[in-house]
Write a protein that binds this ligand. Structure first.
Ligand code: SF4
Ligand code: SF4
Ligand code: SF4
Ligand code: FES
Length: 940
């Protein structure tokens, strides 16, 4: 349980030692230089009345409620904007101040609806609180004069209302949108009495630039901006701190409850990853957890053409165990396996891989990270020795140059994007390497210094060209390399070859050589250069090579091992880091230790009491191939919709259709469940106890706010299946699973639920040497000892545009939807994105007679689908782009099974396609009809 109302110190904390001593109302206090009197007073235990100040925002000084008197100074300065001075003596409560504050409050209240008892914010309104605090007893001016009480409500946003009649024009919302979110969607229009908050140029919220992050709602001290759920359900009465179940940023939230009902999710101020900020998904899109589509009873059927039959848990578990054992008896242990989920907790993932290794008797376990960040694990392990990002998110605040490669943080990792944009607004320079003109390239107060708009599939050529410039222009950090790295000379020989120069690769990459040179100099010469990347790096045939290439570049410039630098994957799913850490790969036990290592295997065999296979098992694509060949026959799919999310869907569904037993555990009957024989209902994150690990290796607690609606914990279901298969697995609580993980995994040695509850979150490695965790990795030496330079020759992908398929398709995500959309499509987020669209350049569209909104066919050599076109010059000519949030679009019907050479991560980002009007004949008829109308109009 946590506090519903967190303390607010009025202005942000200042860094540094508490060197300034003062006295507030007779109480001594010492604070760092630059601290406001208001904050010093709060730290001394004195609450100064305030309305326009909050400690998430810089002081503004508009409400004049926080006035104080200072000995030896004239007047009554605002305590929020006045910094402390040594020896200051401050008084916050004097008759004069009391009168002044009463006058201020009187003015506010005289223009405020007197509906406190029925107001949604009753009990959570700072105006109401302040009226009480200053002791307001009467309003002398009456309510008849000019006022704003009839101002019209804006209810266009599906999640919050804007009621301007209650606005006190404190500007907290505007500042939150500017300073925290960085969207600049709100302004204060007009002056004096006429001033009012306005989204955009007097638009509705939904028509403005607002991205519905909720920062303004949280900042608003009145009910002017208020969550609709609070208005409808009433104020929450308790709260539980938990972690968002959407993306790899891993934001902490207070789940605020009223009885058993979740009223709202409020970003937690002390959340290590988000520090009180959120995006629309975590903040508002939790309705899927109670959506009527959710299945709550286990179901079985003999054949996938049979109707489902609801059964009790015992029967469902027995069916899975019996049929898995039967397949194993008839076809051998290698014929069964499982896919773990990056949406589930570490503890759940751990028990699934343990079930496979100990009960199934093989290493046929893989994870959805196979299709996203497996190259990250491989590439960073090869070079740095650890399969994870190097920094914490805070580190970006120290970066001088930020290079974003193949990532779209404002859509994919919005809360981190807000941090990044704050730093860019402070003066850091930005290099974007992406085929698409993502929002970061140009958005309010943000402009990339370089946008290297490369052709899809040429990442490695670009990173090599950047490194070539660094090496040949003498920009390398020689002392860092000499002290901390190996393999440099061999790499230099490779990278300095003329074929890697920007000029030589220009025709391949499409990026002007001069731009590459300028970007390379900018990154190499910055005091701190940081690289952030996403699936636009990994989901390529050379995904692993590119990760290695970026690691080489960072080492060459000495940009590793301190704040503000590093190589940082922006992980996709909420627990993709954790699912990899937990031993979900067929070749690795928890902690990234190879199954062939006898000593490591021995540790697990001792604790698990069973022999383990030393050979790696099947990867997901191998499972599919083997299923089609008939040698792989039983699959347990945990919380993953492989029939929608994996490439070449036709191949995936053929494999699923060929299996004897497909078990799906999920919240919904997803696309994969169409091929399932057993459906095990899952629990939502609101019903789970456990941990998620985010992109900065931060282990966050997930805490249940309600019992599992399906009647059973997911970890318990898995343990029961393993037990029914003859390998007893039993825990009383997920904390015991974490204890076992910690006992077996050196990087988790110091992690336990108790410790997490004590300190909030921990970034692994957490062990004897780093009992509080490790925010920044490779500080004094690399995990593998010396950082290793590895040559990265560019090998073009086999997937090339041809006469038949002349365009290249690349895919990505949009802010309001998440991955295959199973959750977000079941929330009001559909208000922003009802269907996947195909972005196509105006020239390519014109060549094909396509106009905005036309239905088009998108065909590749493996499949065809239909969707609507959106004419956009964000893509260069020759490249089209879409999202994959809707099963009806089936964008992955067209993606091929090309994959990364090292990890089999699919090459989602490069597919040769053709685009054509879906209904050219109908269009012609429409045009004839339109001609007729125009002719008639002309005649009229
Ligand atoms: S919800 Fe977020 S983006 Fe929208 S106006 Fe408020 S702060 Fe700005
Ligand atoms: S909407 Fe709320 S936060 Fe914004 S100016 Fe009005 S009262 Fe202040
Ligand atoms: S940024 Fe990611 S973790 Fe944070 S609220 Fe949004 S979806 Fe959730
Ligand atoms: S709180 Fe200081 S002026 Fe408003």
């Amino acid at each position: 349980m946590s506090l519903l109302k967190e303390p607010d110190f009025g202005t942000p904390a200042r860094d540094g030692a508490a060197t300034i001593s003062l006295e507030v109302d007779g109480l001594p206090v010492a604070v760092p230089e630059g601290t406001s009197i208001m904050r010093a007073a709060a730290l001394a235990g004195v609450d100064v009345p305030k309305l326009c100040a909050t400690d998430r925002l810089d002081a503004f000084g508009s409400c004049r409620l926080c006035l104080v008197e200072i000995d030896g100074r004239r007047g009554t300065p605002a305590s929020c904007t006045t910094p402390v001075a040594d020896g200051m003596v401050v008084r916050t409560q004097t008759p004069k101040l009391g009168k002044l504050r009463e006058n201020v409050m009187e003015l506010y209240i005289s223009d405020h609806p007197l509906d406190c008892l029925t107001c949604g914010a009753n009990g959570d309104c700072e105006l109401q609180d302040m009226a009480g605090t200053v002791g307001l007893r009467q309003v002398r001016y009456g309510y008849e004069g000019e006022n704003h009480l009839d101002a019209v409500k804006d209810q266009s946003n599906p999640y919050f209302d804007f009621d301007p009649s209650k606005c006190i024009v404190c500007s907290r919302c505007v500042r939150a949108c500017d300073e925290i979110q960085g969207t600049f969607a709100l302004t204060i229009e007009g002056r004096g009495f006429d001033s009012k908050v306005s989204p955009g140029a007097g638009e509705l919220f939904m028509d403005s630039e607002c991205v519905s992050c909720g920062a303004c709602v949280q900042a608003c001290p009145t009910a002017t901006l208020q969550e609709r759920s609070v208005i409808e359900l009433g104020m929450p009465s308790r709260s539980v701190i938990t972690t968002c179940a959407y993306c790899g940023v891993g934001c902490s939230f207070k789940a605020e409850m009223r009885g058993d009902e979740l009223v709202r999710m409020v970003p937690h101020k002390d959340g290590g990853a988000n520090e009180g900020h959120s995006c629309v998904k975590g903040r508002f899109a939790f309705g899927y957890a109670t959506h009527p589509d959710r299945k709550l009873r286990p179901m079985v059927r003999d054949n996938i053409t049979d109707p489902w039959r609801e059964v009790e848990w015992d029967e469902a578990i027995d069916t899975v165990a019996r049929r898995m054992l039967d397949i194993r008896r008839r076809h051998g242990a290698g014929a069964i396996g499982a896919i773990t989920s990056s949406r589930c907790t570490n503890e759940e993932v751990y028990v699934v891989q343990k079930m496979v290794r100990a009960a199934f008797g093989n290493n046929n376990v893989d994870t959805c990270a196979r299709v996203c960040h497996s190259p990250t694990g491989y590439g960073l392990k090869q070079t740095f020795g650890e399969s994870a990002g190097t920094q914490d998110f805070k580190s970006v605040a120290q970066a001088d140059v930020i290079m974003v490669i193949g990532a779209n943080p404002t859509d994919g990792h919005p809360v981190f994007a807000s941090r990044m944009k704050q730093r860019i607004r402070q003066g850091a320079t930005l290099i974007v390497v992406d085929p698409r003109r993502i929002d970061l390239v140009r958005s309010p107060r943000i402009e990339a210094d370089h946008h290297l708009q490369l052709k899809p599939g040429t990442n490695v050529a670009v990173v090599n060209a950047i490194a070539h410039v660094v090496v040949t222009e003498g920009l390398v950090d020689r002392s860092f390399i000499a002290e901390r790295c190996e393999g440099f000379d061999e790499w230099v020989e490779f990278i300095s070859r003329p074929e890697n120069s920007p000029e030589a690769v220009q025709s391949i990459t499409g990026v002007p050589a001069a731009d590459v040179r300028a970007a390379a100099r900018m990154y190499a010469q910055a005091p701190n250069g940081a690289i952030y990347y996403g699936l636009g790096v990994t989901e390529h045939s050379q995904g692993s090579t590119m990760v290695i290439g970026m690691a080489n570049l960072a080492m060459a410039c000495g940009n590793i091992g301190r704040d503000g630098v590093g190589v940082n994957p922006l992980r996709g799913q909420n627990n993709v880091q954790g699912s990899c850490d937990m031993g979900s790969f067929p070749h690795e036990l928890p902690g990234y230790r190879h199954v062939s290592d006898d000593a490591v295997r021995g540790i697990f065999e001792n604790l698990w009491g069973t022999a383990l296979l030393p050979e790696p098992g099947l990867r997901i694509p191998n499972m599919f191939d083997a299923a089609i060949e008939g040698t792989f026959r039983g699959l347990f799919v945990h919380g993953e919709d492989i029939a929608q999310s994996d490439p070449n869907v036709g191949h995936v569904t053929a494999a699923l259709g060929a299996m004897e037993l497909v078990v799906v555990q999920d919240l919904f009957l997803n696309e994969t469940a169409k091929f399932a024989h057993v459906f095990l209902p899952g629990a939502s994150f609101l019903e789970k106890d456990g941990t998620f690990t985010n992109a900065e290796r931060r282990i966050n607690r997930v805490r249940a706010v309600m019992k599992p609606k399906n009647g059973m914990h997911e970890w318990d279901i898995v343990c029961r299946i393993a037990t029914a298969m003859g390998y007893p697995m039993r825990y009383d609580h997920p904390s015991q699973i974490m204890d076992e993980i910690a006992a077996l995994t050196p990087t988790f040695a110091g992690v336990s639920f108790d410790r997490l509850d004590e300190v909030g979150s921990i970034q692994w490695p957490c062990d004897e040497d780093a009992p509080d965790g490790t925010p920044i990795m490779h500080m004094d030496s690399f995990t593998r000892g010396k950082g290793r330079f590895v040559p990265t020759p560019f090998v073009p992908t086999d997937e090339r545009s041809t006469r038949r398929f002349p365009l290249i398709l690349t895919t990505g995500r949009i802010l309001s939807q998440y991955n295959v959309g199973a959750q977000t499509r079941r929330t009001a987020n559909i208000a922003w994105h009802q269907e996947d669209l195909l972005e196509i350049h105006p020239h390519d569209a014109e060549d094909r007679g396509i106009t905005d909104g036309d239905e088009v066919t998108l065909a590749s050599r493996v499949g065809t689908t239909k969707l609507r076109a959106k004419i956009s010059d964000r893509m260069p000519t020759g490249v089209v782009y879409t999202t994959f949030h809707y099963p009806v679009t089936g964008a992955n019907v067209v993606t091929t099974d090309n994959s990364d050479w090292a990890t089999n991560c699919p090459e989602y980002k490069v597919t040769a396609v053709q685009v054509a009007l879906a209904h050219p004949i109908v269009r012609e008829q429409e045009e004839h009809a339109l001609d007729g109308v125009l002719a008639a109009e002309l005649v009229d």
